[in-house]
Design a protein around this ligand. Sequence first.
Ligand SMILES: N[C@@H](CCC(=O)N[C@@H](CS)C(=O)NCC(=O)O)C(=O)O
Length: 201
Amino acid sequence: MITVHGNPHSTCTRKVLTTLEEKGAKYDLRVVDLATKQQKSSEHLARQPFGVVPVLDHDGFELYESRAIVRYLDRALPGVSLTPSDVRDYARMEQFISIEQSYFSGPTIQLLYQARGGQPDAKIVDENRAKLAHTADVLERRLGEAKYVGGASFSLGDISFMPYFALLERLGHGDIASSRKNVSRWWTDVSARESWKKVSG
Ligand SMILES: N[C@@H](CCC(=O)N[C@@H](CS)C(=O)NCC(=O)O)C(=O)O
């Protein structure tokens, strides 16, 4: 039995749910209401000491941190592998998961905060857009040499970026993808996957 304690709008939860959908797994999503700060409740803090989502419960085995969860699910569950078998493709996938974590998700979340807090600060928006543009240029080069970030096959590397590109689009920064030929081709492709449509729909 698989339970995800998370929120359907959270980027980190979406990575986990997309992975589960790709694996063809059945799961139960227990919604943690971020608006009422349920993630800071003692019940949730007992599962996730940093007070954020998601948390996975797989037959009583609890795990938090979305990137650890998706790697675990890919190894623990049957179904198509979301990790390249070629060692260099594997290394590229890991490199891009690290790039997402270090240089992409943070600036995206900063743009979310700016969009939420009344009048956005143009300087903060510009700074974070510049950081995203630089990372998107790196992604553009990678996607010019390979169909997906980890090579010829869709992988956890693609899943890692998808929720952030969707959020950027929603916040009016869709040009970060659409202005780059290869990133745009990739985003059109991966966002049409059944797994993603189900998770983001
Ligand atoms: N490193 C964590 C980050 C989790 C995280 O920041 N989750 C956000 C939603 S995407 C959250 O719960 N935010 C609510 C809060 O910060 O109180 C992971 O990958 O699981």
